[in-house]
Write a protein of this length. Sequence first.
Length: 251
Amino acid sequence: MRKLLIIGIGAGDPDHMTVQAIKALNRADVVFLPDKGQEKAALRHLREQICARFIEKPYRTVTVETPQRAEAGSDYRGVVDDWHARIAANYARLFTAELAEGEHGALLVWGDPALYDSTLRIVERVRAGGLALDWEVIPGISSVQVLAARHRIPLNRIGEPILITTGRKLAAGFPAGQDSVVVMLDGEQAFAQIAPEDLEIFWGAYLGTADEILIAGRLSEVAGEIERVRAQAREKHGWIMDTYLLRRMQA
């Protein structure tokens, strides 16, 4: 049976690699590297750096071309489902052609594979399509953890919960009954669209990399700065990965 190692590799710093992740990499015969075009070439380069630094045995790499996702429009789930189906078809073809029975393939996932990443869902689609696969998941350090560490804050207040959500959900307003909300996948800067009265924000982009940017303060005072800095960084690099914590301020 073909075997996959789905490895969380942290938020961008190779030092985020756990001992377990390094051991898993060294079991891999084939590393499948997604190619998202020139815009995100830096992400592929970081994966290649991690492999070169930590793998101490012969291995080969296979490029996985990642199709573009259509604009979500009013059918977000339908568009994502179609996109995942196309990615799964690519994986199925490459796993069949490039991964022999008994070999281990590796997929390197930013952050942690269980948190706002669909690799596990896509691999399940591949198996449901008839390809015999077994896989193992190795957790990684998420951007949420790195965000808190860089700002030197706990995510939650004593005895209180946190909510992890998306920019699409936040656009409807700060969730009622919540104190601390972590926001991921916010391409539209939803923090600037909600009432800022009693909120503070802890924002970070390119966390764990040499290009890391951090901004924190009252949302009413720093929202404009974040929008400006974010736009400049996206223009410079061609892409951006950011996340933030919104928290009600205490009297």
